[in-house]
Design a protein around this ligand. Structure first.
Ligand code: SUG
Length: 420
């Protein structure tokens, strides 16, 4: 049966706060903080488990091999000789934010009737620019069934592509043809616009999308300047509901009109800036919630604890639910470790609309498998990592061994290798 599957990135053992992401205010604010990789991974696993219990199909991706010695080799160095800055870039656990792994067009939208995935190149940020090779390898394994999937290599540099974080899909139901919305930014503000229009257009062509059901919308400069480095920090869509901040898009009226023309049944739930400022939306990650359809057919939001702690945000949500708005349920999760690097519930997952039977079962979660992953995390993941530890060879060995143990546990030994 065609359904939406959420693939969450398991948080890797090298999770840390090196402040690598310019324009991501949480990452900058928490530079130098001591991270807790074990807690981070357990928080992510708890969210996966809860979504599974809610009746939502759940998959996962493995953390990538770190340190990425292959990447350093391409730069003519090694962990032993590299500068502290390059070491931090080689140690980042940023692949946990699976929303940036790829852009996904379900089979109902594409010319050849297969689900297409294009791996994101993430070229704007050095620490993320070397994720794509292993991401490609994992996607090629998980979606190896060529009758149902086509996995594409990234679009070439310099056209920046950040994957599903800048892509939304609206439809009557997941298995019906949808309208795909590509949200790009334009350079010129204080922070980089990571998603380039040229990359979005290339992906739409590669996936064989129908121009009559495709929209290219520009992200507002105000949103990028306020720290919404990805559109999924200010807007999220699911089936016929678009949940968005008033200031998310450059031409809000034009975008809404095009959306209503292409999908007349769309329901636009807009949060006005007078109720929730952009700053509150971004610190609370109100829109980085997972907007999901429960088995009952009701839409629900899976939110981070920070949304509950923010008075204007929580008041708005309570009033929406009480007033019979389209979103019927609110679920709150502690994802503090990921949030401190600017990664909320929606960043941690990649949505794939497909039949779970066509996915390599090694990437699908069950309660029992999550138990085994949890036990392994408790045994192998470091409790704490300070930024100075990124230069400690003992930590390098520990994170390599921890991930290798996970590959064995999940019968994915072929991923325990260098990707360059
Ligand atoms: O790319 N943070 C990630 C957060 C990604 C969030 N994803 C979505 N919104 N979909 C980023 O900025 C911080 C890493 C550091 O500072 O060490 C970081 O990469």
């Amino acid at each position: 049966m065609i359904t939406e599957i959420n693939f969450d990135g398991i948080v890797g053992p090298s999770h840390n706060y090196a402040g690598l992401s310019l324009g991501n205010l949480a990452s900058t604010r928490n530079l130098g903080k001591v991270s807790r990789p074990r807690d981070a991974a357990l928080q992510g696993l708890a969210k996966m488990r809860a979504n599974l219990e809610r009746g939502l199909p759940q998959g996962f991706f493995l953390p990538q091999r770190r340190p990425d010695e292959g990447w350093l080799q391409q730069l003519g160095t090694t962990m032993a000789d590299a500068s502290a800055a390059l070491r931090a870039n080689a140690m980042s656990a940023s692949s946990m934010w699976a929303a940036n792994a790829a852009t996904v067009s379900p089979a109902a939208d594409t010319a050849d009737g297969r689900c297409h995935l294009t791996v994101a190149n993430l070229v704007t940020m050095p620490h993320r620019s070397h994720e794509w090779r292993e991401t490609l390898a994992q996607l090629q394994l998980a979606f190896a069934d060529h009758a149902h999937f086509a996995v594409h290599a990234p679009v070439p540099a310099p056209f920046g592509d950040e994957g599903a974080a800048n892509h939304m899909r609206l439809c009557a139901s997941h298995d019906a043809p949808g309208v795909e919305v590509f949200v790009y930014g334009e350079a010129g503000g204080p922070y980089p616009a990571r998603q380039h229009r040229e990359a979005s257009e290339a992906i739409a062509r590669i996936h064989g999308l129908d121009p009559a059901r495709t929209i290219f919308a520009r992200q507002s400069d105000a949103a990028i300047a306020a720290g919404a480095f990805h559109n999924d920090v200010v807007a999220v869509a699911n089936e016929r509901v678009l949940f968005t901040h008033e200031l998310a898009f450059a031409d809000r009226e034009g975008f809404y009109a095009e959306l209503r023309e292409k999908l007349p049944e769309v329901e636009i739930v807009e949060v006005p800036a007078s109720a929730v400022s952009l700053a509150d939306a971004i610190t609370s990650y109100l829109f980085n919630a997972q907007l999901v359809t429960l088995p009952s057919g009701e839409p629900a939001l899976v939110l981070p604890g920070e949304a509950q702690e923010n008075r204007p945000v929580w008041s708005w949500l309570q009033a929406h639910v009480a007033g019979n708005g389209p979103i019927r349920h609110l679920f709150v999760h502690d994802l503090r470790e990921s949030m401190a690097n600017g990664g909320g519930p929606a960043c941690l997952r990649l949505r794939v609309v497909a039949d779970p039977e066509t996915v390599d079962p090694r990437f699908m979660a069950t309660p029992e498998k999550l138990d085994r992953i949890e036990a392994l995390v408790r045994e192998h993941w470091p409790e704490e990592v300070a930024v100075e530890d990124l230069s400690n060879p003992a930590l390098w060995r520990q994170v390599v061994a921890a991930r290798a143990a996970l590959c064995v546990e999940l019968d994915l030994r072929e991923l325990d290798r260098e990707f360059f």
